[in-house]
Design a protein around this ligand. Structure first.
Ligand SMILES: [Zn+2]
Ligand SMILES: [Zn+2]
Length: 1022
């Protein structure tokens, strides 16, 4: 049903270019700028993508209806390692060497082809959830124009001296053979067991004297260059058995136990400069294997002497550099030992801890080993443990721009607000230089050419620039990818020798973060359009983009323009399963959003996401929740629409032609409500509070359906087009038109269906409704709200009895303050009808309708009263109903104690039970108490039966599919007592059943029902 409707609306949008019109219609209006965070099309969309796309569409539709032009350019993120890994798998190669053997050009071709493998599914998914974005003219990060803009930006960064080549010890995946940025590392920590080692480093020139050095990564011992101590720490030289050890004084007992003799004590600085024999002597160093001082050394763990391997630790690298010692690296790009480490050559380092320990032991250099558990980073792509590895690479000196970036962040409005100085702000505070280069193939080639001779760097700012400097290898229509750009040789402007491009491609986050500029091929084209579309009014993506797109956009724009690229960021929560767990294949709790759309419709899916909670909260998500949104909101709205259409057709009602009629109280009320909600929803949506806006709408739609329409039904059933009915039609018509506009950004399909049907125009080309001040009637709204409260209370009182709703009752008493009961006076007929009572009376006091039973609340009163508990209990038991009532009203009870004193016990220390007479049910809230008399007199019983009969006939008419306006001949087969009832309530039957004639007879094929044990035959004839 919803699928059929949504398909029909989708076809209408397509056939009439409604999306395109919604943009072109606003030509010349102010822009509301929206940036699309580009997904990759080499994987399928999943539940996590739904929230972002729904929110983005919601905002764009809303701002369009508010009068802005919202250009919605789609984008595709196309480069990067995941694409390469996919291709490797497909063509059956693994690692860089095999790629080189396979041929880089062929490999790149395969990457290019695979990039849009799932584009069709993405389009289908995007259409199905009603996300309007221009997928026919997207920005694509692999296009030459896009890359040229990125090159331009990088040339400016280089010009400022912020692009540099350096060594950096970074987390590195030996399997993917690439270093990972800090945001990637943060994604996958696992608890693992490793071995830590205390090794003996023989001090030069001494026999049996050793430094005890400690490491948590034994596999780095062959790369040892130095030992580090802290200058100011106390160290000791001690003897244990035949050996002499040097270690931190604080740690002696931890390491050696209590069986040792102290020979001497030393400050750390006294040890600096001493040399030693490394445990593995496969390497020779010019400067190294000596003790240096480093501030990060402590005496809180290990031995207070730290083994340093500059290739495998950031601290190590820096300390070795500062001391001017040699850099060594005995691990290749696959994470394996090089041939220099003969016994372990070619073995994966991270797996060699045990072998290293054995080699140490063989040389009698192992002091001790220990198992320990810690949280260790793993590759988020391939799950391999990462190693720290010194890579030569390219960096952007973002740290030099830190102040600008921090300042720009302060201008941004974050949703939720705590992101600004919390998760995002902290990430910025701790920024390190951007590790830009990747030693891979499929990416934007880093546009740096380096001279073979003089090391001069040349960074072309455009294709034309490169062409002008090229010596050879430049072809027209040069594709800006490997291996084509690598063939271009440039003449060195400084020494005229050959320059070659450095081999790296760049981090894909630099691609997507350049989109504000590169999507329009700025500055080569579209300058005016770019300025119109910069900065973004809002971007909305998952909170995980803190370290991704949110960061790269801000950083690149700060580098390039000095300004923030966005004014607002909506940082969206995660989609969780019904029990609040992350969705994952291994848990088997993954929900395919397309299944939900097919089953419940996109409107229901969107409503479930938007109305549930603020967009930045994690969202529990399940078929059940979407199903509820469908039945509570979408179906209700659809039923209201169908109701209107049905009767408007019967009466040939035309809002253009027919006069307004005479508005009833209900008409005025619903229009005033509509007005209030219109005002509120606009305010909420303007401040990005979608959830509260959705809740207001949800209450309104419920009130339209379950109050306005239900209370107005008979007006639509009446014959002819009288003034009252005309007003009902006009009112419902304008309510539906306006509600469809209010809800259009939330549930675009059903909104379009209603609006199109009622007005002939697309709701998405209309304006968001404005409040009509003249329809405001706050007093009426307040009064009706009171009526609704009383009805709700009375219904719950009725529900406590087992009396059928069709059974009239004699009396409802409403008790409340004079002011609040006064506001009900005009509406008693509504309450009577709703509750099916003959009379409603209003009272200020409950009189004797309620009795109170008072008991002591022991947990609170016991400690206060002590011994007096017994006396108080006795007094409470002996209170007359009048006294008990007085206690409740005055809020305390006065007690005479045995020694003649008077004490007061407060109401808070009492438990108050309300009791009504046996034939009275009561319910109350903070304003009203209602008392429902449940005595059923003989007359009431008879009328109840008559009403049961009416309901049965109405039901039967429905089963027969009779047109609602069809008048009928009724034949009943009943006993004498029922006949008497029917005769007595003939008027009631006539006013409810559209009767032409009524007779008592038997007929073939009669429908039989049972009322109070009596069998009744019904026959209905046209
Ligand atoms: Zn990996
Ligand atoms: Zn040169």
């Amino acid at each position: 049903m919803s699928m059929e409707r949504e398909k029909r609306i989708q076809d209408y949008w397509d056939a009439n270019n409604i999306f395109q019109k919604s943009v072109t219609n606003r030509e010349g209006q102010k822009s509301f700028v929206f940036y699309e965070g580009p997904p990759t099309a080499n994987g399928l969309p999943h539940a996590g993508h739904v929230l972002g796309r729904v929110i983005k569409d919601f905002i764009a539709r809303y701002q369009t209806m508010r009068g802005y032009q919202v250009i919605r350019k789609a984008g595709w993120d196309t480069h990067g390692l995941p694409v390469e890994l996919g291709v490797e798998k497909k063509i059956g190669v693994s690692g860089k060497q095999e790629i080189e053997e396979y041929g880089v050009e062929k490999f790149i071709d395969e990457c290019k082809k695979s990039v849009f493998d799932y584009e069709k599914q993405w389009r289908k998914f995007t259409d199905a959830i009603g996300y309007w974005v221009d997928m026919d003219d997207p920005y694509v990060t692999l296009n030459n124009e896009y890359i040229e803009s990125v090159w331009y930006i990088l040339s400016k960064v280089h010009e400022k001296g912020l692009l540099y080549r350096g060594h950096r010890v970074t987390p590195y995946c030996p399997s993917c053979q690439t270093s990972l940025s800090s945001h990637e590392v943060a994604q996958d920590y696992k608890d693992v067991k490793d071995l830590s080692v205390t090794a003996k480093f023989k001090i030069d020139g001494k026999d049996h004297e050793y430094f005890l050095g400690w490491t948590t990564t034994p596999w780095t011992l062959p790369s040892n260059v130095a030992l580090a101590v802290h200058e100011d720490l106390e160290y000791v030289k001690v003897q244990q058995d035949e050996e002499v050890y040097v270690l931190a004084k604080e740690l002696v007992e931890d390491v050696l136990g209590d069986d040792y003799d102290v020979i001497s004590e030393h400050k750390g600085h006294e040890l600096v400069g001493l040399t030693y024999q490394p445990p593995f002597n496969y390497l020779t160093v010019e400067r190294g294997h000596e003790v240096i001082s480093a501030n990060f050394v402590t005496d809180e763990s290990g031995t207070g002497i730290v083994h340093l391997a500059p290739a495998h630790g950031e601290d190590d690298y820096k300390a070795i550099q500062d001391s001017g010692l040699d850099f060594v690296n005995v691990v290749d790009e696959r994470g394996c030992y090089t041939d220099e480490i003969a016994p372990l050559a070619g073995e994966f380092t991270k797996d060699c801890d045990v072998k290293i320990i054995k080699l140490l032991a063989d040389q009698n250099l192992l002091f001790s080993k220990e198992k320990y558990e810690h949280s260790y980073p793993h590759c988020w792509r391939c799950d391999s443990p990462l190693i720290y590895y010194a890579m030569e690479g390219w960096f952007i000196k973002t740290t030099a721009m830190k102040e600008t970036i921090l300042k720009n962040n302060q201008i941004v409005q974050w949703y939720p607000n705590h992101m600004k100085n919390g998760r995002f702000g902290k990430f910025l505070e701790n920024m390190v230089d951007w590790n830009l280069g990747r030693n891979r193939y499929w990416g934007t080639p880093l546009n740096v050419w380096i001279c073979d001779e003089c090391n001069h760097q040349y960074v072309p700012s455009s294709i034309q620039d490169l062409k002008e400097h090229a010596k050879s290898g430049f072809k027209e229509n040069l594709e800006l990818h490997k291996p084509y750009v690598d063939k271009v040789i440039v003449k060195c402007p400084s020494c005229s020798n050959n320059m070659k491009r450095t081999k790296e491609v760049i981090d894909v986050w630099f691609d997507s973060g350049s989109m504000p500029f590169a999507q329009y091929h700025y500055p080569f084209e579209n300058k005016e359009l770019f300025h119109k579309q910069f900065p973004a009014d809002v971007i909305a993506e998952g909170v995980d983009q803190t370290r991704g797109w949110f960061y790269s956009l801000l950083t690149i724009s700060s580098l390039f323009t000095g300004e923030a690229p966005y004014k607002r960021v909506l940082s969206l929560g995660h989609i969780l399963d019904e029990n609040g767990r992350k969705m994952s294949k291994s848990k088997g709790n993954v929900i395919n959003p397309m299944d939900l759309v097919e089953k419940y419709g996109a409107d229901a899916l969107r409503w479930a996401l938007l109305a549930d909670s603020a967009p930045w909260n994690n969202k529990r998500f399940s078929a059940n929740i979407v199903n509820q949104a469908k039945s509570k909101l979408v179906d209700t709205l659809n039923n209201v629409h169908s109701f209107y259409t049905l009767y408007a057709e019967i009466d040939g009602f035309d809002p253009e032609k027919h006069e307004q009629g005479e508005p009833s109280l209900l008409d005025k009320w619903v229009l005033s409500r509509l007005n209030t909600v219109t005002q509120n929803v606009m305010e909420y949506l303007d401040s990005y509070d979608f959830t509260t806006g959705a809740r207001e709408l949800s209450i309104l739609i419920d009130q339209i359906s379950n109050w306005y329409i239900r209370r107005s039904r008979e007006r639509f059933w009446s014959e002819g087009l009288n003034h009252d009915k005309l007003s009902a039609y006009h009112t419902l018509y304008s309510v539906l038109v306006r509600v469809s506009r209010l809800i259009a950004p939330f549930t675009p399909f059903i909104a379009e269906d209603i609006h199109l049907n009622l007005t002939g125009n697309s709701v998405h080309l209309s304006d968001f409704p404005k409040a009509h001040k003249e329809q405001d009637d706050p007093v009426l709204e307040m009064e009706m709200d009171r009526v609704l409260q009383v009805v709700e209370l009375a219904r719950s009182a009725r529900n406590m009895t087992n009396i059928k709703t069709k059974q009239p009752l004699s009396m409802l008493t409403v008790v409340g303050s004079k002011k609040s009961t006064k506001s009900l006076e005009k509406y008693l007929y509504i309450i009577k009808d709703e509750i099916n009572v003959k009379n409603v009376q209003l009272q200020e006091h409950s009189g004797n309708a309620v009795q109170y039973e008072l008991k002591l609340n022991f947990p609170t009163a016991g400690p206060k009263l002590g011994k007096l508990v017994g006396v108080v209990q006795k007094t409470l038991q002996s209170l007359t109903p009048e006294d008990a009532k007085k206690v409740v009203e005055q809020g305390y009870v006065e007690i005479n104690t045995p020694n003649g004193e008077k004490i007061q016990v407060e109401k808070d220390d009492l438990i108050v039970h309300q009791k009504t007479n046996q034939d009275v049910e009561m319910a109350s809230n903070s304003i009203f108490s209602v008392f429902l008399n449940t005595t059923i007199t003989d007359d009431l019983r008879k009328e109840g039966k008559a009403r049961e009969l009416i309901r049965a006939v109405q039901q039967y008419r429905k089963e027969l599919n009779l047109p609602v306006e069809q008048r009928v001949n009724l034949v009943f087969d009943v006993d004498a007592s029922m006949k008497e009832i029917i005769e007595q309530f003939k008027n009631l039957l006539q006013s409810n059943l559209l009767i032409k004639s009524l007779e008592y007879n038997k007929k073939d094929g009669m429908k039989f029902i049972v009322i109070d044990g009596a069998k009744i035959g019904i026959h209905v004839e046209k």
